[in-house]
Design a protein around this ligand. Structure first.
Ligand code: UDX
Length: 434
């Protein structure tokens, strides 16, 4: 099929590259001229495992352009995968989304299926269908297909998702998506047809449920610290019950990224607007906002409320390991609070420093390093903020070599407390070694 993908972020680009491997002819369109130039040179742009290899392999079926007209004309299917960022009140901003629809209406030359992959408020797919009807004489078949991929495993998630949910309104055809996704049926991926509203809500409800699990385990971790339990043992014990499940049960300094913080706020906004406020969502958000602050307060208490002049290394600036994405990274509140207590912070990340700096004010007490061992040299404490591979594999001897008196605050529970018995080691919801 002849496909255009509008918006080449994580969702759009991975979509385009994967679909091109299933005999579809895919044109990727983005406003960002330099991104398109790099893609045209064959550069995958995003550091997602397997993406560069797949781009090389499928290049015969891929075209990239920054011209909306070239991208859209003559296509049978359009994917809309533009970002829907957060408005100040928590609602989703649909400016890019409607700009994409406008371009489809303007440049389409034949009836098209429009598959919406952007995360949009419940009800938007129907509004999008009405908008296209109003703007163009052509017939559009609008389908909601929420995206569930995780960064760091986006190609894998796109090739074989746990499920695909297709929101199709009454009177719309399923024929195009059935042909488009014949490969999923062959791979036995469950395909669920729903109404557009159910598909839209399933996306938000899924992300919010995962966020809820994280906040729940973080709240239990607070209690575990008070009663001498080990939250990892608690989570393992709970997760062995398949009704509960072990995924998204890792205690830490809270969730970040481009989805959970934004989607929890968007659904909270919607629930309030519909006069059915969600108490679990409000609690999820609150616990997550408190979690990094409480963690820094523990460090402050350890130093008897005197962090002024103490040098502290914060390891891992991206919102999770092995990505350069810093959006809503817990490293921001961690560093901001440490600075507010007067600490001298050395912030380490292998490759996310430049991105990180864009969202935090320059401060004479904040320096950066992309060298892990030298970032820790001579500091009074190390704070672990993400689970990047090189951080995960640090050994007690690395801390002993770098610091006079090693003190480690592990915000991701990366190491077994027993393995760290030789140093002063604190983590989340587990007994400290001291
Ligand atoms: C998430 C969802 O997993 C994905 O389905 C959705 O489409 C987009 O949002 P992503 O943001 O890439 O994906 O990251 P994910 O791996 O889910 O982690 C999100 C955040 O939660 C990270 O900050 C991570 O460190 C944190 N997390 C995750 C925990 O604190 N504990 C856990 O057990 C799992």
């Amino acid at each position: 099929m002849e496909i255009v993908v509008i918006g080449l972020g994580y969702v759009g680009l991975v979509n385009a590259v994967v679909l091109a491997g299933y005999h579809h002819k895919v044109t990727g369109y983005d406003l960002n001229v330099s991104k398109i130039a790099r893609l045209k040179q064959g550069e995958a742009v995003l550091s997602e495992p397997g993406l560069q290899e797949l781009l090389n392999k499928n290049k015969e079926n891929l075209i990239f352009t920054d011209s909306a007209e070239t991208a859209i004309k003559d296509k049978e299917v359009a994917f809309v995968a533009v970002d829907t960022p957060e408005n100040p009140d928590g609602s989703a901003n649909l400016v890019h989304f409607y700009a994409a629809l406008h371009q489809i209406a303007k440049f389409a030359t034949r009836p098209m299926s429009v598959i919406i992959r952007s995360t949009v408020p419940v009800g938007t797919n129907r509004l999008a269908a009405a908008y296209l009807k109003e703007e163009s004489p052509l017939a559009f078949n609008v389908i909601s297909q929420p995206e569930f991929l995780s960064q760091g495993r986006a190609v894998k998630d796109m090739k074989k998702p746990y499920r695909i949910i297709l929101g199709v309104a009454e009177g719309e055809t399923k024929k195009t998506v059935k042909a488009l996704y014949a490969f999923y049926t062959k791979k036995h991926v469950p395909v669920l047809y729903t109404s557009p509203e159910s598909a839209e809500l399933a996306k938000y409800a899924s992300n919010n449920f995962l966020a809820l699990k994280i906040s729940y385990i973080n709240e239990m971790a607070r209690l575990a610290e008070k009663v001498g339990a080990d939250i990892d043992e608690v989570a393992t014990g709970m997760g062995l019950d398949p009704r509960i499940g072990k995924a998204f049960f890792k205690a830490g300094i809270g969730y970040g990224g481009s989805c959970f913080p934004k989607d929890t706020k968007a659904l909270n906004w919607l629930a309030d607007k519909k006069h059915t406020p969600s108490e679990t969502l409000k609690a999820t958000i609150k616990v997550n906002q408190e979690q990094p602050k409480l963690f820094v307060d523990k460090i402050n208490q350890r130093f008897h409320g005197v962090l002024t002049g103490k040098k502290i290394a914060v390891l891992g600036l991206a919102f999770k390991g092995n990505t350069t994405d810093v959006r809503n990274s817990p490293a921001y509140p961690i560093i901001e609070r440490l600075l507010s207590y007067g600490a001298e912070v050395v912030a380490y990340d292998k490759s996310a420093i430049e991105e990180f700096k864009k969202n935090i004010d320059a401060n004479e007490h904040l320096t950066y390093s992309n060298q892990l061992l030298s970032a820790m040299k001579g500091v009074q404490a190390v704070v672990i903020a993400n689970d990047a591979k090189e951080i995960k594999t640090l050994k007690p001897s690395d801390f002993i070599d770098a610091m006079d008196k090693p003190i480690v605050y592990d915000g991701r529970n990366l190491y077994k407390p027993l393995a760290m018995a030789k140093i002063e080691y604190h983590s989340v919801g587990r007994p400290s070694s001291r």
